[in-house]
Design a protein around this ligand. Structure first.
Ligand code: GLU
Length: 295
């Protein structure tokens, strides 16, 4: 793993960053994904959110900042990077905003996403955000642009946890307001649930021996394991389907259609694969884009 040398520093620094809560930074990112071309003279008829962005001259995007490979504020570069960030940048570019200079990122934890979208604090959200019916009552989703699945992260030397059926009596950590924590509760997988705002806090608890497992999407957990493969591993098979969507204001159908067009085009013209290969797929895994669901 190329990341290995910087692992300890990253973990320590990311703790400090996460502790600050909402983090904003300049728009640039640092990955191997080529920057998208910026569309000119874009209009999105009938979209209040687009009108707001156009008036402001910038786009405010809600993201995660502590999920390596997906949405990550790299403390070494002070830039955002990852699959979700590249999707967010692509959408901005196709809405006419230069990702290098016209994006403001806001780090928003799982439990605060619906509120941040519906009160207009952000224009859209891209951050491991599962599309589901409960959330669709408060906001709307473009996508999906990726399908993940719930999994388990444990200490590398743990032999007792191998899948969801082995969690009884174990201390299991996840994020407040997430679908994985709901599933642990609903399925009664354990009665010892520990919750934090962010998954990196759970990972710290796991490394410190305060919890036995962290549960959330495999894509997220693999990122933590890749940063510290000596101490962490992902176990078992994914036990849910988590289709990731772009979170948008509930009634902004025009923006939803436009973002779906962008995702659709990226799937067809190879941009999606380029983004995947430069981020989540950097260690050699492959994937294909899901079809968007214009519900
Ligand atoms: N995809 C799941 C969710 O949206 C877990 C990841 C997250 O919390 O962002 O709840």
């Amino acid at each position: 793993m190329k990341l290995r040398g910087v692992v300890v520093g990253l973990l320590l620094s990311s703790l400090v960053l996460v502790a600050c809560g909402r983090e904003t930074s300049p728009g640039a990112t640092s990955t191997k994904v080529p920057g998208p071309s910026v569309a000119q003279n874009v209009t999105v008829q009938g979209s209040p959110a687009f009108a707001r962005m156009a008036q402001r001259g910038t786009v405010v995007i809600g993201v995660k900042n502590d999920q390596p490979g997906l949405g990550y504020l790299n403390p070494k570069t002070n830039k955002y990077e990852g699959f979700d960030i590249e999707i967010a940048r692509l959408i901005a570019a196709k809405l006419g905003f230069d990702p290098q200079s016209k994006i403001e990122y806001k780090a928003i934890p799982s439990a605060a996403r619906e509120q941040a979208i519906s009160n207009g604090q952000i224009d859209y959200y891209v951050g491991t955000y599962t599309i589901n019916d409960a959330r669709k009552k408060q906001i709307s989703f473009a996508g999906p642009y990726f399908i993940a699945g719930q999994s388990l992260l444990v200490k590398a030397d743990d032999k007792s946890i191998t899948g969801p059926e082995t969690l009884k009596g174990k201390r299991v950590c996840s994020a407040t307001g997430s679908t994985p924590i709901q599933r642990v509760r609903q399925q009664g997988l354990t009665d010892q649930i520990v919750e934090f705002q962010t998954y990196s806090q759970c990972v710290d608890q796991l490394l410190a021996g305060q919890v036995d497992a962290v549960t959330t999407d495999d894509a997220i957990l693999k990122g933590y394991a890749a940063q510290d493969p000596q101490h962490l591993k992902v176990v078992g098979k994914p036990f849910s389907q988590e289709p990731y969507g772009v979170g948008l204001p509930l009634t902004d159908n025009a923006l939803r259609a436009k973002v779906n067009d962008v995702l659709d085009a990226a799937a067809k013209d190879g941009t999606w694969t380029q983004i995947y290969n430069g981020t989540l797929g950097a260690s050699g895994s492959t994937a294909t884009p899901p079809a968007v669901d214009r519900y």
